[in-house]
Design a protein around this ligand. Structure first.
Ligand code: G3P
Ligand code: MG
Length: 251
């Protein structure tokens, strides 16, 4: 059974505020080789990390990101909602995270979100993110549920691409979509996979990284079926359950 690549989903998000430098740092200290982050864009064109299109769940701000300038976003607390220990964490810039990952030798899976600001903001996000990723001295994998954005990214960056599929949206035409985008990897939801589907994806040469798997038994099953990697919220606990030592994670 081949080893699974473990992606720390939004950093070590089970124990630190997702998509912050704190969550990335905890993941790196736990031995994570790869972290997954979500990238969005402010009203004035600055690329930063945030999963939701609105601010309420993970910051002390409110309302849609698309309406806010970076000056407004940069003031927000993105850590206290998780625990008072993380009060003062900020929404990180993508450029800051690229610098962090390059220094720490950690690979970055940058998931481009679909901005609420529409097609123009989507184009701005792709172009700005690809320019920032040009400076990366670490492994980079660019993914998105929005395959039009991903196809544009393919014209702006030489980093490999991954097509994300929402749960229930992996249809039999997956290969046409992945080929049109020119993606090297497929990121399906675990619910949509069967051994046959996974075998076909692997037979066509694609990496298959599955989201979001927090159950070690499911992870073992996916590994038996041939998955290349999984996204998990606690990369340290998952590595321990799978019998992967921290040293092995860091090799
Ligand atoms: O990139 C894998 C996973 O993060 C996709 O879903 O909603 O957690 O960004 P979401
Ligand atoms: Mg994500």
């Amino acid at each position: 059974m081949a080893a699974l690549r473990l992606f720390a989903h939004r950093g070590l998000s089970a124990r630190a505020p997702e998509n912050t430098i704190a969550a990335l740092e905890v993941a790196a200290r736990a031995g994570a080789e790869w972290v997954e982050i979500d990238a969005d864009i402010s009203a004035d064109g600055v690329v930063f990390l945030c999963h939701d299109a609105t601010l309420e769940r993970t910051t002390n701000g409110s309302g849609p990101i698309a309406d806010k300038t970076w000056a407004e976003l940069a003031r927000l607390d993105a850590g206290a909602w998780k625990s008072p220990r993380f009060a003062g964490e900020r929404l990180p810039l993508l450029s800051e995270v690229v610098e962090w990952a390059s220094r720490r030798g950690v690979g970055l899976n940058v998931e481009l979100k679909s901005p609420l600001g529409g097609a123009r903001q989507a184009r701005r996000l792709v172009d700005a993110a690809c320019e920032i990723l040009g400076d990366a001295c670490c492994g980079v994998l660019v993914s998105s549920f929005n395959h039009l954005m991903l196809a544009r990214a393919g014209r702006k960056t030489s980093h490999p691409l991954a097509c994300l599929f929402e749960a229930g949206e992996l249809r039999e035409d997956w290969r046409t979509r992945v080929e049109l985008v020119g993606a090297r990897a497929i990121h399906p939801a675990w619910e949509d996979l069967t051994p046959h589907r996974l075998e076909r994806m692997r037979a066509f040469g694609y990496d298959v990284n599955v989201w979001t798997v927090n159950c070690a038994e499911k992870a073992r099953e996916l590994a038996r079926w041939g998955a290349s990697g999984i996204f998990c919220d606690d990369v340290e606990a998952m590595a321990a359950s799978l019998g992967v030592t921290k040293d092995a994670l860091l090799d």
